[in-house]
Design a protein. Structure first.
Length: 140
């Protein structure tokens, strides 16, 4: 019997195929997870440009759900509404010189937006601004 010996090599091709498929799935899903919430910003005739990157500002997004509950995101991380001021105080302790940009949905009541602004100010932040969309066709 002059047969072949036992082949003990490991075939890594199926393993590499699975890893590539998982990599592609993560690459497609990750941007979807980072979107946060959709905010319909209020319109304004005049506006100022402020940098809204993490280096210059803390971005707070807030809107009212259909059930009437307010949803608050701080730097794209959801924060329970009753813990918002504590979260902002903690951020102020770490980064006291940051500007705060509030993206409030245009369907929110003025009083609710004002409460968010007051709590932000009470947390220690002095520079608080509302983010708006420029009215179409308007110039500065």
């Amino acid at each position: 019997m002059g047969g072949r010996g036992l082949n003990s090599d490991i075939n890594v091709t199926p393993f590499v195929d699975i890893c590539l498929v998982l990599l592609i799935i993560f690459m497609v899903v990750t941007p979807m997870l980072q979107e946060g919430i959709t905010i319909n910003l209020p319109y304004a005739k005049k506006s100022e440009n402020h940098p809204d990157d993490d280096e210059h500002a803390v971005v707070v997004a807030v809107k009212t759900e259909k059930n009437g509950e307010q949803v608050v995101f701080v730097q794209k991380k959801q924060v329970p509404r009753d813990q918002y001021q504590a979260e902002m105080t903690e951020i102020h302790d770490r980064m006291p010189n940051k500007n705060i940009l509030i993206k409030a949905d245009r369907s929110m009541k003025y009083g609710d937006v004002r409460r968010i602004m007051v709590e932000t100010n009470q947390a220690g932040f002095e520079s608080v601004a509302l983010v708006t969309e420029k009215v179409q066709g308007q110039q500065d």
